[in-house]
Write a protein that binds this ligand. Structure first.
Ligand code: DA2
Length: 288
C-alpha cells in the first residue's frame, strides 16, 4: 500500500488549513450564531472584541489533528483508485480512470475521513464559537480552556457519544461531495494538460481551487446542520436528531438558513484547496 499519499495529504492539509482558518472561524460563527448581520459585520465584531487572535481560536489543535485526517482522505482515495484500476498515481496522469472509479474512490475517502474527523471537528467548532475575549480584562472566562479541556468536558458531561455529535451530518456532507471534489480536480487537470505530460503548477492551482468550490458549494446545507448539531446543548438546545435540527432550523429561520456561510465557504475553498493540491502534487513528484 503506497504510504506517500498519506504523508503528502497530511502536509498539504496542514498548509491549506492554516491558509483558510480565519475564513473558517467566520463561517462557523455565521452558521451557529444569530448575532451577526453578515460576513463583514462578523469580521469587524471578532476583531473589535477578540482582536486578530479571535480569527485563529483553536488553530493549533486542527493543525495537529484535522491535517492528519486529510491524510486519510488523500491516502484512502489514492489507494482505492489503485485497487479499482491497478494504476499508480503517476500512471493515472497518462490514462485518466473512469469518472465512476474516481467518484467511488472519492466517496470512500470522504466516508472514512468523516468518522476520523468527527471528534476533532467538534472540538474545533466548539472552540471557534467561544466569543469571550482573552485580551479584555474583566471578560467572562470561556467555557473551554483549550482543546484538551474541551474534550475532557464533553466526555464528562456528554459521554463518549458526545464527541461524535453531528457525525451523521458530517458523513452525509463529506461522502458525495468528496466524490465530486476529486472528479472536478482530475477532470480539469486532464482537460488542460497536454497528453503524456504532468499538469503545470498553474493548472493544479486552478483545478484544486475549483474542486474546492464545487465541493463546498454542494456541502454547505449539511455543513450548517452539522455545525448546529455540534453546538447542540452548549449555546442552544440539543436537537433530538438530524431531522429535528433540519425542521427546527427551517421553521425558525426559513430555507436561507441552509445556505449560511455559502459565500465565505466558497471564497475560502479556492485558496485552501489550490494550496492543498499544489503541495500534494509537488510532494509526490519530489518523492518520485
Ligand atoms: C466539501 N468538503 C468537505 C471538502 N472539500 N473537504 C476536503 C477538505 C479540503 C480542505 N482541507 C478544505 O477544508 O477545504
Amino acid at each position: 500500500m503506497p504510504v506517500e499519499e498519506f504523508v503528502a495529504g497530511w502536509i498539504s492539509g496542514a498548509l491549506g488549513l492554516v491558509m483558510g482558518y480565519p475564513f473558517d472561524t467566520v463561517k462557523v460563527r455565521l452558521q451557529t450564531q444569530n448575532t451577526y448581520r453578515g460576513i463583514v459585520d462578523c469580521m469587524v465584531k471578532i476583531y473589535r472584541h477578540e482582536s486578530i487572535r479571535g480569527f485563529f481560536k483553536g488553530m493549533s489543535f486542527p493543525v495537529a489533528s484535522i491535517a492528519v485526517v486529510n491524510s486519510v482522505l488523500f491516502g484512502v482515495y489514492s489507494n482505492t483508485l489503485q485497487a479499482l484500476t491497478a494504476t499508480s498515481h503517476q500512471d493515472r496522469r497518462a490514462q485518466l480512470p473512469s469518472y465512476t472509479h474516481i467518484f467511488i474512490a472519492g466517496c470512500t475517502g470522504g466516508f472514512l475521513q468523516a468518522y476520523s474527523l468527527a471528534p476533532f471537528d467538534l472540538i474545533k467548532v466548539r472552540l471557534q464559537n467561544q466569543t469571550e475575549s482573552r485580551v479584555r480584562p474583566g471578560s467572562p472566562a470561556p467555557l473551554y480552556r483549550g482543546p484538551v479541556h474541551c474534550a475532557a468536558t464533553i466526555l464528562r458531561e456528554e459521554g463518549p457519544r458526545g464527541l461524535f455529535r453531528g457525525s451523521g451530518a458530517l458523513m452525509l456532507r463529506d461522502t458525495p461531495t468528496l466524490g465530486l471534489y476529486f472528479i472536478t480536480y482530475e477532470a480539469l487537470c486532464y482537460q488542460y494538460t497536454p497528453a503524456g505530460q504532468q499538469p503545470s503548477s498553474a493548472t493544479v492551482l486552478v483545478a484544486g481551487g475549483f474542486a474546492g468550490i464545487a465541493s463546498w458549494v454542494t456541502a454547505t446545507p449539511f455543513d450548517v446542520v452539522k455545525a448546529r448539531m455540534q453546538m447542540g446543548g452548549v449555546k442552544r438546545r440539543a436537537y433530538a436528531g438530524m431531522l429535528d435540527c433540519v425542521v427546527t432550523s427551517f421553521r425558525q429561520e426559513g430555507l436561507g438558513v441552509f445556505f449560511r456561510g455559502f459565500t465565505i465557504n466558497s471564497a475560502r475553498a479556492f485558496p485552501v484547496n489550490a494550496v492543498t493540491f499544489l503541495s500534494y502534487e509537488h510532494l509526490l513528484r519530489t518523492w518520485g
